[in-house]
Design a binder for this molecule. Structure first.
Ligand SMILES: [Mn+2]
Length: 487
């Protein structure tokens, strides 16, 4: 009942945001859109872009890593009638208040809110304002979607894109990888307009595009001893089940299997895992898969999770406009090029993972955290992905992982933090840790309880790490670290 009221309040606020957007367009005002560069941010930009095209608005979209003086300068140069920020902004209310108090700003975000504002020119739509958890119940593209839907009901056809963003932010954390709360409303919208089918299947990555044995061999979640990383063994495993590997010349993917074949594969995998003593993992293999029904089969766009990875790679590899174009409906050159970008992105990540593991001083274990010293080797836009992958493989799973890369031209280091479920249950909130530790040393930071970021100047790296280590230690003991956000 309480939750229903919260959702209602959120939806009422979405109409307020919509009103500002519509009024700006009616006055033929210029709109500057800024969005975050991960999959969710790119999807959010796509949702807003499509909405603005339909309004015949004058607008420009830019995708950035964070809100900082560069954005402030861009706004002062463009002098837009309206600024829209998607998938970031709520962590920077003080900056906006101080630097651009005379601009109309609509913030469509789901990150933790830092600071407050009484400025009537800033309209903020954020689930945290209503006690809805922005880490798991709605993403940045979801918030953008609710604003777009309030602008015009025809924008419900953008619901699948909003879910792709939520998948990018890994919000499918409920039973059998389902969605909850505001995200569940988006699922229902997408299904109702015939653009989405929710199916139960193995949730391995690559359902549409990877040959079955490759899909098995590349899975690390769960890690299957004897199959993960073992392409030949995985091939034999599938071949032994009498499941044809090919259809004509093409290697079949999981989505191509007939029901009885899929059952056979599931049973065999369950037996295999049991034989390895991994009985807990069996039920975890099956979950919701999100099929975008209007997309071509055997493309990354057909599967919500693969779509998200594609978008993420365009943002991280400095080609967010490709991802945005795809979200807005481009299916020709943009898709082909995005697939190439994804390939390059994968190579980069593998290179970084190999590099981290090569020397012990690159991944250090402190009292309460791990730290990856990416320094000048790891690209600062990819550091977050690297920490996400590595945090799942660390031995002491109560310790969050921080990774940093240097941004020489700004004389700063960018930190990206990920924590584990175990640490989260013990009270670790990385958003607070990153914010307080960075502010202590003249930087800035924040984010979600499970994933957060920070920037400090190069000469403060060690100080920052030491403080973050101490703050996590305090949280693990259940102590307050001061100035926490309420969520
Ligand atoms: Mn997000």
């Amino acid at each position: 009942m309480l939750q229903q009221t919260a959702i209602d309040k959120f939806l009422v606020k979405s109409e307020e945001a919509a009103k500002v957007i519509i009024e700006t367009v009616q006055k033929d005002g210029n709109i500057s859109v800024f969005s975050h560069l991960d999959a969710d941010g790119v999807a959010a930009a796509g949702v807003i872009g499509k909405m603005l095209v339909r309004l015949d608005a004058r607008f420009r979209i830019r995708v950035m890593q964070w809100v900082d003086d560069k954005i402030v300068e861009a706004i002062k140069a463009d002098k837009p009638e309206l600024v829209i920020m998607t998938d970031f902004g709520s962590g920077y209310l003080d900056l906006l208040n101080e630097k651009i108090p005379d601009y109309n700003v609509v913030i469509l975000d789901h990150h933790q809110i830092t600071g407050t504002t009484n400025n009537p020119r800033i309209v903020q739509l954020n689930p945290h304002l209503y006690g809805i958890d922005g880490a798991t119940e709605v993403s940045g593209s979801g918030v953008a979607y609710f604003a777009a839907k309030a602008v015009n009901a025809e924008n419900v056809d953008l619901a699948p894109i909003a879910l792709v963003g939520a998948l990018g932010d890994m919000q499918d954390k409920y039973e059998q990888r389902s969605f909850h709360s505001l995200n569940e409303i988006i699922v229902n919208d997408a299904v109702a307009v015939g653009l989405l089918k929710v199916e139960k299947d193995l949730t391995f990555f690559g359902r549409e595009t990877r040959p079955i044995h490759k899909m098995l061999a590349t899975t690390t979640n769960p890690f299957i001893p004897g199959l993960s990383g073992q392409e030949t063994d995985a091939l034999n495993f599938v071949a032994n089940l009498d499941i044809p590997l090919k259809e004509g010349d093409r290697l079949r993917a999981l989505c191509d299997l007939k029901d009885d074949e899929r059952k056979k594969l599931c049973t065999a995998l369950a037996d295999y895992l049991l034989s390895k003593g991994l009985h807990l993992e069996v039920e975890n293999l099956i979950g919701n898969v999100y099929v975008l029904t209007k997309e071509e089969p055997n493309t990354a766009l057909r599967d919500g999770r693969e779509f998200a990875v594609l978008l993420n790679s365009t943002g991280r590899m400095d080609k967010p406009s490709l991802g945005i174009a795809i979200c807005m409906g481009d299916r020709k050159c943009a898709l082909e090029e995005a697939n190439k970008i994804l390939e390059g992105y994968r190579k980069n990540i593998n290179k970084y993972l190999g590099w981290v593991m090569e020397k012990p001083e690159r991944l250090r274990e402190l009292n309460h955290i791990y730290v990856i010293y990416g320094e000048n080797f790891i690209n600062e836009k990819i550091i977050g992905t690297v920490s996400s992958i590595l945090v799942s493989g660390l031995t002491n799973n109560e310790k969050p992982l921080l990774a940093f890369a240097n941004i020489e031209q700004e004389q700063a280091a960018k930190f990206s933090g990920r924590t584990t479920e175990a640490a989260l249950r013990k009270g670790v909130n990385l958003g607070d840790v990153m914010r307080i530790a960075s502010e202590t040393h003249g930087g800035k930071g924040g984010g979600h309880n499970i994933a957060a970021g920070a920037q400090v100047s190069l000469d403060k790296i060690e100080d920052f790490i030491k403080t973050a280590d101490e703050l996590v230690g305090k949280q693990l003991k259940g102590e307050k670290i001061g100035n926490e956000n309420s969520n």
